[in-house]
Every structure is written in structure tokens, then in C-alpha cells.
Write a protein that binds this ligand. Sequence first.
Ligand code: G1P
Length: 290
Amino acid sequence: MRVRKAVLPAAGFGTRFLPATKAIPKEMMPLVDRPIIQYAVEEAAASGIEQIIIVIATGRSAIEDHFDSNASLERWLEERGDIDMLRTIRRISEFGTVAFVHQREQLGLGHAVLMAKDLVGDEPFAVILSDDVMLNPSGEPVTRQLIDAHVTHRGSVIAVQRVDRQDVTRYGILDPLHEEGRLVEIRNLVEKPSVEDAPSDLAVLGRYVLTPKIFDVLEQTSRGAGGEIQLTDAIRTLIGEQPVFGYQFEGTRHDAGTRLGWLKANVAVALESEDADEFRAYIRGLDLRD
Ligand code: G1P
């Protein structure tokens, strides 16, 4: 069955980015000239996704407003003859269907994904964590790579990449059974292990293609690491019942949910933007000696 839908959890408090995220969701922080979540929506659209389901926290409407049309802004741009910007603004509300579901309590990533159960229905779907910004300017979008792997191998597919050993505590970590090219057969998964307990340095990074069976499992999943209902724990339960693979994707990932990761993502995006030449010259001109 085709992967037509993507769930984008965006209901977290963004605590690693306070105070910037006190009044706006971290997904609305800009990368150069677009909010972080727009990169995820564009990646989904470029991967063939037709319906986006964004899970937002009750009472936070900035993301909904961003994907809605804004008649007065459009009229103002039209009157000024700024047709390029008018097109850019209109395109945002024309991504296909963007639906919103509310997560009333922040009980974890697994719980956020579960909120989309009715809208996803009985079909495989993608999950995109937008603060993991995935850039692959000359190749396939990362979500597309996972969908292709799902079509070839069936079952669920999780984006993975090697991380520095001391960073394993921040991620879901794979216990790999067998690696063949980019594909990793998984024996087990553990959420945020200690450096000593980590079964490998292969980390789950924010892209997944999951079968709808995950919803039944999530309903039965109790709180795990950090007292939260973890998506990783539910996927671990699936192993053994259904094939679950890691896919070592091609592309660069920036953790835009942290200060340093966000800064790096801005530089990477700026170097691909229309301001790239001037920005590169500016960086070259900086005195970066200690
Ligand atoms: C989540 C997942 C974790 C994954 C990470 C990738 O953690 O629970 O398994 O490795 O995203 O960014 P979070 O960053 O929400 O704590």
C-alpha cells in the first residue's frame, strides 16, 4: 500500500530552546526565512506524501495559522505588486491537505503519534520529527528514501545514522542483527541508554515509516524513559511480530531543537540559499582564529 500520509508531532514544550519557545512552538523558529516545520512539510511533499497531520498542543495556534491562508496579507502584497512573495505565501497554504490534531497532555512522542490514529487509519504512514532537519540537496529527500526502502522490504523502516559514542544518551539506539548496504536488520531498540549500556552507536533520527499496527501497540505501551510514552518502546514491541529495519540514509541531519544544531542548520540552509555567495564571502572574511 502506498505511503500517503505523514504525522508531524509538534506539541512539545521546546524546553531546550527556552526562552525563545516560551510563546511559540520550537517548530516555528525560523531557519533563514522559513519556520523549521515548513522544511519538514516540503520534504514530505517532495517525497510523495499527500496528507500531512500535525499534532499540536492545545492552545497553540501559530502552526495552524502558518499553514492557513492569510487574505489581508495576500491583498496587501497584491496591491504592492510583490508577486514573487505573494506566490511564496500562497504556496504555503497549498501543500495538499494539512490536518491538525490536538494533544491535550504532553505524555511523550509515542502518545503524540497515537493522537493521529483516526486520521491515519489502516495504512502505512511516515513520521517526521521536524526539529531533525534533514538536508540532502543533490539527492532524494530522506522521507522518500525510507518510503522506497519500505516498498522494497515491507515492514517498518527507521532512519538511522552513526553518532559519537558519548551522544548515545540523547537517542533511540539500535542493537543491530545484520547490516547489508544501507539496510540494518534490528534485534532490539533502546531509548536513551547510558554510554555503557548502549548496544551500538547507530541512532534513530527523526524519520520513520510505520505500519498501522503501531497504534495498537502504542495503546498498550506504558511510560518508559523520562516517564514518557516512547515511540521507540512501541517499535521495539513490533520487532518479532513484523519486520523492522533501520535505514542508513543519505543526507545531513541537524538537530535544530538545540541552540548549536539550530545555528549549524541556519548556516547549511544559508549556503544553499539565494544569498549563498554573499554569505560565503562574509564567513570567509571572519577572523576565526582563537
Ligand atoms: C526522539 C526519539 C528518539 C530519537 C530522537 C531523534 O527523542 O524518542 O528515539 O533518537 O527523537 O531526534 P527526543 O529528541 O524527542 O528526545
